[in-house]
Design a binder for this molecule. Structure first.
Ligand SMILES: NC(=O)c1ccc[n+]([C@@H]2O[C@H](COP(=O)([O-])OP(=O)(O)OC[C@H]3O[C@@H](n4cnc5c(N)ncnc54)[C@H](OP(=O)(O)O)[C@@H]3O)[C@@H](O)[C@H]2O)c1
Length: 274
């Protein structure tokens, strides 16, 4: 069966996660609230926020105004790097939950591997999951080395690694590593943080499908079985970014896109974090 707006992936703990979500980095609370409302109207059910984004409150408000039931939405938030360690992570999670005004989050992620005792944070997150305060726990910006360490010490393996992923940073080895270990890769900055949307090589492919370059980038991620979380604060673009289920990128064009890899990062580089 083909992919659709309702498509989801099954995480390694049995929880289902939508394949498409709305990102909210650098989005002011008022814009975040409106963007989430537009996203729900367009059929998105996954919302990606973080304590450091300062818009968890707005996400909670938009959800309550939406009339959707709690089971229908999937809310991700993240533990900031200054809150690493068992006690601090537990307190930070409580704060996020209060900000969101929710009883539980669907996915709680370690935002960044550096900054403190990440294993202590993970132990706290395992406990929060056991208590039913979050349905799934995962990581972000983890390299294969960080994952190796975590898998060696964790009782619960991470369900997700959320990393920068697009054709200009096609992290093929990490993708393969995660697939073998049943960790779902989630692509942040899937639109290259808007830096490459006018690249002629991309425009050329997009025009052949009658799609925008943004749509081709998202579809490329989906066809690699990666969850994508594009950010936009504009209603029209939020809808456009969800209109990616009526075409299929050919094998030849997938390879062409794969070959655009330049190791280009538009966000952080975690490879130097011990
Ligand atoms: N875990 C992490 O460390 C981490 C790091 C980075 C990002 N993230 C997550 O991933 C999400 C997405 O990444 P991102 O925000 O870096 O960037 P992105 O989604 O790659 O790109 C967003 C940019 O593209 C523009 N845009 C969106 N749709 C468009 C379209 N159809 N046509 C033209 N331009 C379009 C947006 O502008 P407008 O808003 O003006 O439309 C914005 O400037 C974040 O919001 C966040 O939730 C996580």
């Amino acid at each position: 069966m083909g992919l659709g707006i309702d498509s989801s992936v099954e995480l390694n703990n049995g929880v289902r996660m939508p394949c498409l979500g709305l990102g909210l980095w650098k989005v002011a609370p008022k814009d975040a609230r409106d963007a989430v409302i537009h996203a729900f109207a367009a059929g998105y059910r996954l919302i990606d926020t973080a304590m450091i984004y300062g818009n968890e409150n707005a996400v909670g408000e938009a959800f309550r105004d939406s009339g959707l039931s709690r089971e229908d939405v999937f809310i991700t938030t993240k533990l900031w790097r200054e809150h690493h360690g068992f006690e601090k992570a537990t307190r930070a999670f409580e704060r996020s939950l209060r900000n969101l005004g929710l009883d539980y989050v669907d996915l709680y992620l370690i935002h960044w591997p550096g900054g403190g005792d990440r294993i202590g944070s993970w132990k706290a997150m395992e406990k929060l999951q056991e208590e039913g305060r979050c349905r799934a726990i995962g990581v972000s910006n983890f390299t294969m080395d960080h994952l190796d360490e975590l898998l060696g010490k964790a009782r619960c393996p991470p369900v997700v690694d959320q990393v920068e992923f697009h054709p200009y940073l096609y992290q093929k080895d990490l993708l393969g590593y995660c697939k073998t270990r049943n960790i779902q890769l989630e692509a942040y900055s899937p639109l290259t943080h808007a830096n490459k949307l006018s690249d002629p090589a991309l425009t050329d492919i997009a025009s052949r499908y009658g799609k925008s370059t943004a749509q081709v980038l998202l579809r490329w991620g989906l066809q690699h079985r990666v969850v994508v979380i594009p950010k936009s604060i504009h209603r029209e673009r939020i809808f456009q970014n969800a209109d990616i289920f009526d075409f299929q990128i050919s094998r030849e064009d997938m390879l062409r896109l794969d070959k655009m890899d330049e190791g280009l990062r538009f966000s952080w580089d975690p490879t130097q974090v011990p």
